[in-house]
Write a protein that binds this ligand. Structure first.
Ligand SMILES: NC(=O)c1ccc[n+]([C@@H]2O[C@H](COP(=O)([O-])OP(=O)(O)OC[C@H]3O[C@@H](n4cnc5c(N)ncnc54)[C@H](OP(=O)(O)O)[C@@H]3O)[C@@H](O)[C@H]2O)c1
Length: 246
């Protein structure tokens, strides 16, 4: 069924769209008629499967493999996109990684991997798309956070994850302020636990995790007509979860 959003003529990049939430976002954007970039690092076969599902919807798609934790990988990704499709109108900063161990048991390499996957890639990709979005006076940037990390949720386990996601929120607000009035909006979408998670809490308020489809519909809210004034917002998809309630 159509998502009733006309994205024809728009070019969308969902970072980390070979699987999981990113794949669902890519399919939803294709459903709206956008040209879509499927981006991945290791999962070549899954990325191809996502691209094939997008082709079957009749949308144009390219697949790019690139490690976006550093400027070289980001530059390669955007050169490929600009040579093959054009400049990005919709950027979803979705790649994510975590290290669910006590912070003292994490080595520097792991710390650096989580910080650069979640935070540095968001900063680098956003910076890279801005000049062309400014020229077009239109752009949508959506960063994927984590529910309650905006409020400084502290956890001794998974600490680089929480720090990096808190940084994503701060970056979202800064960029929304810095681009205000330019036709570009910047927002974040923050799930608690989604059906593809590898780590389910004992108690989930709704009795089930969020569906991938529910994440994708929430993402469209920031892109659809009528969302022009919404910038710097953080939409939490947690089904009533309160971390402070025990
Ligand atoms: N799932 C949840 O319950 C949940 C809850 C809260 C927040 N989130 C956030 O939502 C986002 C998506 O989560 P998910 O669970 O759908 O993730 P996922 O299933 O683990 O998929 C991660 C995606 O990112 C790609 N990726 C990872 N590191 C990369 C790198 N350095 N360069 C390029 N691509 C890279 C992976 O590609 P390859 O497979 O090719 O390596 C894959 O496509 C993340 O930001 C996560 O923190 C998820």
């Amino acid at each position: 069924m159509s998502n009733l959003l006309d994205l024809s003529g728009k070019i969308a990049l969902v970072t980390g769209s070979s699987r999981g939430i990113g794949k669902e976002f890519a399919l939803e954007l294709a459903e709206g008629g956008a040209k879509v970039v499927v981006h991945y690092l290791k999962s070549e076969e899954l990325a191809e499967k996502t691209a094939e599902e997008i082709r079957l919807k009749g949308a144009e798609v390219i697949k790019v493999k690139s490690d976006i934790r550093d400027p070289e990988g980001v530059e390669y990704l955007f050169e490929e996109i600009e040579n093959k499709l054009g400049s990005i109108d919709i950027l979803i900063n979705n790649v994510g990684d975590h290290a669910p161990k006590h912070w003292e048991d994490i080595d520097f390499e792991t710390w650096e991997r989580v910080m650069s996957t979640n935070f540095t890639s968001t900063y680098l990709c956003s910076k890279r798309v801005l000049p062309k979005m400014r020229e077009k006076a239109w752009g949508r940037i959506i960063n994927i956070g984590y529910a309650s990390s905006e409020k400084g949720l502290v956890n001794t386990k998974n600490f680089p994850y929480f720090v990096s996601k808190a940084g994503v929120h701060m970056f979202t607000r800064m960029l929304a302020s810095d681009t205000s009035g330019s036709g570009i909006t910047v927002n974040s979408l923050s799930p608690y636990v989604v059906e593809n998670s590898d780590n389910f809490p004992e108690k989930i308020p709704m009795g089930r995790p969020a569906k991938l489809e529910e994440m994708a519909k929430a993402m469209l809210f920031f892109i659809g007509h009528g969302s022009e004034y919404i910038s710097g917002a953080n939409l939490e998809i947690h089904g009533g979860w309160l971390p402070e309630r025990v």
